[in-house]
Design a protein around this ligand. Structure first.
Ligand code: ADP
Ligand code: ZN
Length: 436
């Protein structure tokens, strides 16, 4: 089943020709409308009209998350604010967050691509979709929602949290499809079991999971517990949101990347060198059709491998394997992206703290758990009335982490010079004990 058969099954040569044409258009547009790109291309001594084929792409400079932060909030938009109909943003304090804008046409494109994903999962207007991806500034919830309505399915805009209520709705509304992070799916099943409910008895047939790395083993486990087909969906807000790539029902190995809208390259994260298709490396995306927020050669930080063999579903678009790992220090905690630098930025602003901290990420049941150890200044520890002060600092850290980053660590304040410092690298600041 296809949503847009013509484009989803376009012969490879035609895809490449379309990509070149769209690439040339987008390059002209960003060069003339976004100061950042003009500067970047000029500095690299490359002009848009010198890009004549896909093989020329590597001559263009990469765009990094830092460029997005430097241009916070709207500096990389290629259209005036009056043309923007939607804004999404990552978590973080100002200057450490990133903002994504959409024109009306961008929302329509995104909706169509999400519709493609849902149809690739075998869904129709007869399906009821329980959408437990977060709504709000996060792209997951709304992205999926629009696609679900587009195919005429009945969508339940559940968002995250309220697990007991979710279980009640899963029982009462009888959705055929569930969408959420894979770890939340396992958590739901655990909680349901504790309530004496076997999730196999639900009407669910398909699950669409993403927003965090998960293994084939985890997928098998979810399929077994729920008695459903578990499909992988991939996306990142910078490039659009969910719906950049989707696993098809027939193929069951890797996710098709919608190449009429995105060009994907694989690079060596250390050297930035482009690797041959099929090598393991960091995925780099160029958007071809986005109006408000085009991105040229965006380094996703996601390490994977492209699959070029034709898929039995008939889609001609290249596939990517499951994301293997990150090439940077970004953590994904309960589906929320967090950088150690964002945590530092928050701690620096709180008086009485030393700059040393340690973040311990683990699993509590199916969900991620977080513990944050922070050193407090000698003064506070020795002062009378220090206990009260320590409590206040702890409360402030908890609140700021929740408000700015959307994470809720257990905070433990420790005396100065207690935390390990060897090398001072991130490895000592972040201890990730999770196994997926
Ligand atoms: P979302 O989490 O909705 O996809 P974000 O922009 O918040 O969007 O996060 C994007 C990041 O989430 C990606 O760069 C990737 O690291 C991770 N991610 C998204 N989907 C998947 C997936 N299916 N498998 C592994 N990681 C994923
Ligand atoms: Zn396929």
């Amino acid at each position: 089943m296809f949503y847009n058969e013509e484009f989803e099954t376009l012969p490879r040569e035609a895809i490449k020709a379309l990509q070149v044409k769209r690439l040339q258009q987008v390059l002209q547009r960003v060069y003339h409308t976004v100061g950042y790109y003009k500067k970047a291309f000029d500095a690299a001594k490359i002009q848009p009209d010198e890009i004549k084929s896909l093989a020329d792409l590597h001559k263009l400079p990469f765009t990094t998350r830092q460029a997005l932060r430097d241009n916070y909030p709207f500096g990389l938009f290629a259209v005036p604010m009056s043309s923007i109909v939607r804004l999404h943003a990552s978590s973080g304090t100002s200057g450490r967050s990133t903002v994504f804008g959409y024109t009306k046409h961008d929302v329509e494109t995104w909706t169509d691509l999400m519709a493609r994903c849902l149809v690739a999962a075998g869904l129709t207007k007869n399906d009821i979709i329980h959408n437990a991806f977060g709504y709000g500034l996060f792209t997951g919830g709304l992205g999926l929602h629009y696609g679900a309505e587009k195919i005429g399915a009945s969508v339940i805009p559940m968002s995250g949290g309220n697990t007991k209520r979710q279980i009640m709705i899963l029982q009462d509304f009888g959705p055929t499809t569930i969408c959420c992070t894979p770890s939340y799916a396992l958590h739901l099943a655990e909680q349901a079991k504790a309530m004496g409910i076997d999730v196999k008895s639900l009407k669910l047939r398909v699950g669409i999971f993403g927003a965090e790395p998960w293994s084939k083993a985890m997928s098998d486990e979810i399929e077994k517990i729920y008695g459903i087909t578990a499909l992988d969906i991939f996306g990142l807000s910078e490039v659009m949101g969910p719906g950049i790539a989707m696993e098809c029902l027939e193929g069951r190995n890797g996710m098709h990347i919608f190449e009429d809208h995105f060009i994907v390259e694989t690079i060596d994260p250390q050297t930035g060198k482009v690797l041959p298709e099929g090598s393991e490396g960091e995925l780099v995306f160029t958007t071809l059709t986005k109006e408000a927020f085009p991105l040229i050669r965006y380094r996703s930080g996601d390490v994977s491998r492209l699959i070029t063999e034709p898929c039995r579903c008939g889609r001609s678009h290249i596939k990517m394997e499951r994301v293997l790992r990150r090439s940077d220090d970004m953590l994904i905690i309960r589906g929320v992206n967090v950088f150690p630098s964002q945590i530092e930025a928050i701690l620096v602003d709180i008086e009485g703290l030393e700059s040393h901290y340690q973040l311990i990420v683990d699993k509590a049941g199916a969900l991620d758990s977080l513990e944050l150890h922070v050193e407090v200044s000698e003064k506070i520890f020795s002062e009378s009335g220090g206990v009260k002060e320590l409590q206040n600092i702890e409360k402030r850290i908890v609140k700021d982490m929740k408000d700015y980053l959307g994470i809720s660590p257990r905070v433990k304040l420790v005396e100065p010079n207690v935390l390990q410092r060897s090398g001072g690298g991130v490895g000592t600041k972040v201890i990730d004990k999770r196994r997926i």
